[in-house]
Design a protein around this ligand. Structure first.
Ligand SMILES: Cc1cc2nc3c(=O)[nH]c(=O)nc-3n(C[C@H](O)[C@H](O)[C@H](O)COP(=O)(O)OP(=O)(O)OC[C@H]3O[C@@H](n4cnc5c(N)ncnc54)[C@H](O)[C@@H]3O)c2cc1C
Length: 481
C-alpha cells in the first residue's frame, strides 16, 4: 500500500468512526484478521474496516455511511463459505459488514412450526433452541457450529438432509433485508401459502450478498425426529451405491434423511485429522455409504433399518455394515465424514469441487473425471465423496506433499480445468451447493448463456445501481456495459 493509499484509508476509517458509534467499527489489523482470512486459510485479504452493527437499523445506518464514503460492502456471516464470497478483493475500497452481533431469536412458534431469527444466529445454536421446544430445523452441514443462518440463506446451503427436506431455499418463509440504498425490506412473513405475485424474497436467497444484507429470516420447522437410525455400509462399487440408493428410496420412503458416499481413503484422511477416531468396520471396501433414516411418532425406525439392511445384505448389495447402537456411536460415524474434510485441509492446498450431475450418471461421471485427472496429473490423488441422493459429488484432487507452492498451484489449476471439462460433457453444474463467490466467477461467466447473463445484470442494476454490494462476487457487473 502506498503512503497516499494508506492515508486515504485512515481518513475513511476516521469518517466511519465519526458516522457510526465507534464500537461498531473495527480497524485494527490484528482484530480484523479472522474476518479477512478464508476458512481453509488459503487466502488472507484486508478491509478498510469491519463493521459489526447490533440491529437492523444499525445495518441500514452502516450502509448509508458506506455509500456516502464511496465504500462497497462485503457481508459476512460465519465466514465458512468455500468460494471466497465473504472476503474482500479490494481491501482499500471495501468494508466487511459482519452480522455476528445480530444473533437473537425473535420468535419460535410451536403452532405455526416456524421461527424468526436474526441473520447472525449460528446454525447449531438455532437447531438447539428449536429442539428445546420439541421441533427440528433440518439444515445440517459440517460447518454448522460456525456458519450463520444469514450466510446459509445467502448461499442457499445444501448439506446432508437435502434429499428429504430440500435446500435452504425450501426452508425459508420470509426475509428482512437491508437494500443497497439503506431501505429496509420487511418480508418476514411466516405464511406457508402466499401467491401474491412474484416472490421477491427468492431474489436474495443464493445471491451471496450481491443484492442486499439479510438481517433476519423466518424459517419452517418440522416435528423433531425422535428416532434416528444411522448405519455405515461397505459396498463393492459406486454403481452398487447408486443401486442401494434406489432401493432405499423405495423401501424407506421419505424417512431417509441422509445418504452419503465415501471412498476408502475417507478413513485414512479422517484419522489424519482425528487420530483417536474408532474405525467401525474391519474390512476394506471400494465404496462406503453413511445412511440415516429418521422419524417421529408411531413408526419404528430401528426396525425399518434392520429389515432394510437384512434385505440388501442378503441380496449381496451391501457386503458389511454397522448400525450405530447409541447416539455416541452415530456421532463417531459422522465424524468420519467430517474428519475427512479436515484431513484434506491438513494435507495442504488442494483442488476442491462441488459438482452435481444427474444421479443416473453419477458413477460414470466419477469414473471418467478421476481417469481424466490421473491421465493429466499422475502424481495427484482424487478423493470423490458427497451427498449421493442429490447427485452432488465433491471430487477433490490432492497434490503430492513437499512441492513448491507454484507447482501445487499449477496442479490445482490444471485439475480444475480437466474436471470442469468432464462436468460439461455430463451436463452438470460446477456449483451444486457452495455458490460462486469470487473463486468460481470466471468458470461461471464462461458457461453463462447470454439470456441468463442479461437477466442477472438487469436484476443487479435494478436493485443495486451503484454496484456497492459485494462487487466481484458471482459476476463482474462493473465490467458489464
Ligand atoms: C467444514 C465445512 C463443511 C461445509 N459443508 C457444506 C455443505 O455440506 N453444504 C453446503 O452447502 N455448504 C457447506 N459448507 C460451506 C458453508 O458452510 C456454507 O456455504 C454456509 O452456508 C456459509 O455460511 P456462513 O455464515 O459461513 O457465510 P459466509 O461464509 O460468511 O458468507 C457466504 C456468502 O454469503 C454472503 N453473506 C453472508 N451473510 C450474509 C447476509 N446476512 N446477508 C447477505 N449476504 C450474506 C457473503 O457475502 C458470502 O458471499 C461447508 C463449509 C465448511 C467449512
Amino acid at each position: 500500500m502506498t503512503a497516499d493509499v494508506a492515508s486515504a484509508v485512515r481518513n475513511l476509517q476516521e469518517s466511519l468512526r465519526a458516522a457510526l458509534t465507534s464500537d461498531i467499527v473495527l480497524t485494527d489489523r490484528a482484530e480484523m484478521l479472522r474476518f479477512c482470512r478464508d476458512w481453509h486459510g488459503d487466502v488472507t485479504s484486508g478491509a478498510v474496516a469491519v463493521l459489526r452493527p447490533r440491529s437492523t437499523a444499525g445495518v441500514s445506518a452502516a450502509v448509508l455511511a458506506c455509500r456516502e464514503l464511496g465504500l462497497s460492502i462485503v457481508p459476512q456471516g460465519g465466514n465458512t463459505g468455500l468460494v471466497l464470497g465473504a472476503i474482500p478483493d479490494q481491501p482499500d475500497g471495501q468494508v466487511i459488514l459482519s452480522l455476528e452481533r445480530m444473533a437473537a431469536t425473535r420468535d419460535i412458534d410451536a403452532d405455526d412450526f416456524s421461527a424468526v431469527v436474526e441473520a447472525g444466529c449460528i446454525l447449531s445454536e438455532l437447531k438447539e433452541q428449536v429442539a428445546a421446544k420439541g421441533m427440528y430445523f433440518p439444515l445440517a452441514l459440517g460447518a454448522q457450529g460456525s456458519c450463520r443462518i444469514g450466510g446459509n440463506v445467502s448461499t442457499n446451503a445444501g448439506g446432508i438432509n437435502v434429499l428429504r427436506y430440500g435446500m435452504t431455499r425450501e426452508l425459508v418463509l420470509g426475509l428482512e433485508v437491508v437494500l443497497p440504498d439503506g431501505t429496509i425490506f420487511n418480508g418476514l412473513s411466516t405464511l406457508r401459502k402466499d401467491n401474491r405475485g412474484i416472490d421477491l424474497k427468492q431474489l436474495f436467497i443464493g445471491a451471496e450478498g450481491t443484492l442486499g444484507i439479510i438481517t433476519a429470516v423466518s424459517i419452517k420447522l418440522m416435528p423433531n425426529p425422535n428416532q434416528v437410525a444411522t448405519a455405515l455400509l461397505g459396498l463393492n462399487s459406486l454403481n452398487d451405491v447408486i443401486a442401494l440408493y434406489r432401493r432405499a428410496r423405495r423401501d424407506c420412503c421419505d424417512l431417509m434423511s441422509a445418504f452419503e458416499f465415501m471412498p476408502p481413503l475417507a478413513f485414512t484422511l479422517a484419522r489424519e485429522a482425528m487420530p483417536d477416531l474408532p474405525l467401525p468396520i474391519a474390512g476394506d471396501y471400494p465404496a462406503y455409504v453413511l445412511m440415516e433414516i429418521s422419524g417421529s411418532g408411531l413408526v419404528d425406525i430401528p426396525d425399518l433399518m434392520e429389515r432394510f439392511l437384512g434385505g440388501v445384505m442378503e441380496d449381496g448389495l451391501v457386503i458389511d455394515g454397522v448400525i450405530a447402537s447409541s447416539q455416541a456411536q452415530a456421532r463417531n460415524l459422522w465424524l468420519i465424514r467430517e474428519g475427512m474434510n479436515e484431513g484434506q485441509a491438513k494435507r495442504g492446498p488442494h483442488m476442491r469441487t462441488d459438482i452435481s450431475v444427474p444421479l443416473s450418471r453419477l458413477a460414470d461421471f466419477v469414473r471418467d473425471a478421476e481417469k481424466a485427472v490421473s491421465d493429466a496429473l499422475p502424481t495427484c490423488v482424487s478423493v470423490s465423496y458427497g451427498h449421493v441422493g442429490d447427485g452432488n459429488v465433491h471430487l477433490n484432487v490432492l497434490p503430492p506433499s513437499g512441492l513448491p507452492a507454484d507447482e501445487v498451484n499449477a496442479m490445482i489449476y490444471k485439475a480444475k480445468v480437466v474436471v470442469n471439462e468432464v462436468v460439461d460433457i455430463y451436463g452438470g453444474s460446477i456449483s451444486a451447493e457452495h455458490g460462486i463467490g469470487r473463486l468460481k466467477r470466471g468458470d461461471f461467466e464462461e458457461r453463462l448463456p447470454s439470456p441468463q447473463r442479461d437477466l442477472l445484470t438487469a436484476v443487479k442494476r435494478a436493485i443495486d445501481p451503484s454496484m456497492v454490494m459485494n462487487p466481484g462476487c458471482q459476476l463482474n457487473f462493473n465490467d458489464i456495459s
